[in-house]
Design a binder for this molecule. Structure first.
Ligand SMILES: [Zn+2]
Length: 73
């Protein structure tokens, strides 16, 4: 478990400003403190996707997504 006060740096894709985003905002898309552009959603924890949610999640992500594929027994 991460402490609630953990802060991540999320760079703005428009102006490059490094924005400090607290871990408590997991999965949320914030706004750049400099130019107010939408920031990529903060995802620091693995999430489980399936065949109905994979495409929409990956296609909506403005940043690369790391995926691990597995099959049930
Ligand atoms: Zn910005």
């Amino acid at each position: 478990m991460m402490a609630d006060d953990t802060v991540f740096i999320v760079p703005c894709l428009r102006c490059g400003t490094a924005n400090r985003v607290p871990a408590s905002r997991e999965g949320e898309a914030g706004r750049c403190g400099n130019c107010h552009a939408d920031l990529p959603p903060l995802h620091t924890m693995p999430i489980t996707l399936d065949s109905s949610s994979f495409d929409s999640f990956v296609n909506a992500s403005p940043v690369p997504v790391m995926a691990e594929f597995w099959a049930p027994w």
